[in-house]
Design a protein around this ligand. Structure first.
Ligand SMILES: Cc1cc2nc3c(=O)[nH]c(=O)nc-3n(C[C@H](O)[C@H](O)[C@H](O)COP(=O)(O)OP(=O)(O)OC[C@H]3O[C@@H](n4cnc5c(N)ncnc54)[C@H](O)[C@@H]3O)c2cc1C
Ligand code: SF4
Length: 342
């Protein structure tokens, strides 16, 4: 049995010092990292527990917007009054993910960094996975690829990023706040996750010793007309085949601006500026929504097991826009949301 050392960080500077030790990894809720350790996919020598550093607060920002500490639990974020009022697509996305027990443990920072659910990655019995063993090949391309990417994939990897929360954060144009020994930097959601290219072992642009301290949400004009639609094999406790975060800023019956992000289709949440632009300046219509869907899926390429996702995603986009136009479904008193979840 392998021994694991656990250090408990007391503040950010302490966490960054502890992370310099060879083989050290931060641990938040542990719902992803511990699973991967049990399966020998990840083998850190030391864990740095960052859950007691006071990064579990949600605060309003001076110019509007919210700062969400990296250790805020997914359930607390989904249940926060201001999130439900101003960023309902984020609350919906969080509640569509995992289970209540997992959401009570999972943190904002950990959710951003959760790894793909590709079965060839999560099971070390499979030899050919470029993400786990660079240069070993990609078994998914000729294997089981129902859940895999139809956009932005490479010859090296066709995995998707599995997070629901990140799809809403992409549509909301959140910023990830990162601390390192050389100071603080801020990364736009669009630049945080990366496409696999020739180096699929890297999911994000974060360096291994960098710590996510917060996620900042800018003021949002999309609270009244937004929707998160998740399509999956089971009605709960399943990752997205396809998901859509849709937000509309309305001026009467006219769309002033739109935000659309797709999940379950690529190595990162997927946005296309032209798809959002085609909705602006006119009322919502089925024709414009279909155009937006086509623009979002432009260049999509399926594999034997997942070609169906291209049309599914297009239909989901049209439906999510129509739901957003009808007005945001409100959060119910028990923390669940009325309206469609699957
Ligand atoms: C059965 C099951 C079903 C699930 N279903 C869904 C689903 O439908 N939708 C969905 O979106 N998710 C789902 N999840 C995934 C779940 O949301 C993630 O496991 C969770 O969000 C990870 O958060 P965590 O705090 O537990 O991360 P951890 O496991 O603690 O960490 C994950 C990674 O992030 C790193 N890390 C953590 N915090 C920081 C930080 N602040 N700075 C730098 N690095 C950090 C760790 O080193 C590790 O590499 C599911 C998980 C399970 C087990
Ligand atoms: S899709 Fe990516 S994660 Fe899955 S087997 Fe291929 S290289 Fe590995």
């Amino acid at each position: 049995m392998q021994s694991i050392f656990v250090d408990r960080a007391t503040d950010v500077a302490h966490a960054l010092r502890l992370a310099q030790q060879p083989g050290a990894r931060f641990i938040g809720g542990g719902t992803n990292l511990l699973d991967l350790m049990k399966g020998d996919v990840e083998q850190p020598a030391r864990l740095v527990d960052i859950t007691r550093m006071g990064l579990d607060r949600i605060e309003t920002l001076p110019g509007g917007g919210l700062r969400v500490g990296a250790l805020v639990r997914n359930s607390d974020l989904a249940d926060h009054d201001l999130v439900r009022q101003l960023y309902p697509m984020l609350a919906q996305a969080l509640l569509a993910g995992a289970s209540a027990q997992l959401r009570n443990m999972a943190t904002t920072g950990g959710n951003l960094l959760q790894r793909t659910r590709c079965p060839y990655f999560t099971d070390v019995a499979f030899e050919h996975c470029n993400k786990r063993v660079p240069g070993s090949g990609c078994a998914a391309q000729r294997g089981v690829n129902r859940m895999h990417a139809v956009l932005g994939a490479s010859d090296a990897c066709i995995a998707v990023h599995p997070s629901d929360m990140c799809v809403a954060l992409a549509a909301l144009e959140a910023t990830v706040v990162v601390a390192s020994a050389s100071g603080e930097r801020r990364v736009a959601m669009a630049d945080f996750h990366r496409l696999p290219g020739a180096a699929p072992q890297f999911d994000t642009t974060l360096a291994p010793t960098e710590l996510i301290t917060a996620v900042e949400l800018p003021p949002s004009a999309y609270g009244a007309h937004s929707h998160y639609l998740k399509l999956r094999d089971r009605a709960s406790y399943a990752f997205a085949l396809v998901s859509v975060a849709a937000g509309l800023e309305m001026d009467g019956a006219t769309v002033r601006s739109a935000r659309l992000a797709l999940g379950g289709v690529a190595h990162k949440p997927w946005r296309v500026a032209a798809a959002e632009a085609v909705l602006a300046g006119q009322p919502v219509s089925a024709e414009r929504s279909r155009q937006a869907a086509q623009l979002l899926l432009a260049g999509a390429r399926g594999f034997d097991g997942n070609r169906f996702k291209i049309e599914l995603a297009q239909r989901a986009v049209v439906r999510a826009i129509s739901r957003a136009a009808a007005g945001t479904a409100q959060a119910g008193g028990n923390g669940t949301l009325t309206g469609e979840r699957a």
